[in-house]
Ligand binder design. Structure first.
Ligand code: CA
Ligand code: CA
Length: 150
C-alpha cells in the first residue's frame, strides 16, 4: 500500500531531475545557494544563459564576497579544469562599470586577475578563474554557472 506511492514519488523526482538538469553539474546547497555548472561548451550569450538559469529558479552567478568567489571557483575547478566559466557580471552598455546582468546592480565583489579588466577588443563579459576575474568576449565558447537560492 505504501510502497507504490513512495516508488512513484521517487520516479517522478528522478525523472524531473534528469529531464531538467541533465546539462548541469549541481552542487549541494552552501550559503543558502545551489550552484549549477553547465556541462557543454557553448557560445555564451548573456540573455540566453540567464534565461536558462531563470528556468532553474535562479540567475547567472553573482559574486558578492571573497567567500563566494572562493566557493564558486572551487566548484568550477572541481567540476572541470576546462573553462572559461562565465558569470553574470558584465559591463555591456556601461564600459568599465561592471554590474550583474539579472538585476542590473553594481557588481558586489570584483577581484581581478593581474592586468584585468583590459577590455581587449571590447570584452564585456566576465569569467571566473583561480587567481581572479577576467573580462572576456561575450560570444566565446565556454561553460556558465547558475546560482539558485534554496
Ligand atoms: Ca568591457
Ligand atoms: Ca580581459
Amino acid at each position: 500500500m505504501t510502497v507504490l506511492p513512495i516508488f512513484l514519488l521517487l520516479w517522478v523526482s528522478l525523472a524531473a531531475s534528469v529531464q531538467g538538469y541533465a546539462n548541469y553539474d549541481i552542487t549541494a546547497p552552501q550559503n543558502g545557494r545551489r550552484y549549477y555548472v553547465s556541462k557543454d561548451h557553448e557560445a555564451f550569450n548573456l540573455a540566453t544563459m540567464n534565461g536558462r538559469c531563470r528556468g532553474l529558479n535562479g540567475y547567472l552567478v553573482q559574486i558578492d564576497t571573497r567567500q563566494e568567489f572562493d566557493l564558486v571557483w572551487s566548484i568550477a575547478d572541481e567540476v572541470s579544469g576546462v573553462g572559461p566559466f562565465f558569470t553574470g557580471i558584465t559591463d555591456e552598455g556601461s564600459e568599465g562599470h561592471f554590474y550583474t546582468y539579472n538585476d542590473k546592480k553594481p557588481a558586489g565583489f570584483l577581484s581581478w586577475r593581474w592586468f584585468q579588466p583590459d577590455n581587449w577588443y571590447g570584452e564585456n563579459c566576465v569569467e571566473i578563474w583561480m587567481t581572479g576575474l577576467n573580462d572576456i568576449a561575450c560570444g566565446k565558447s565556454g561553460r556558465y554557472i547558475c546560482e539558485v537560492p534554496v
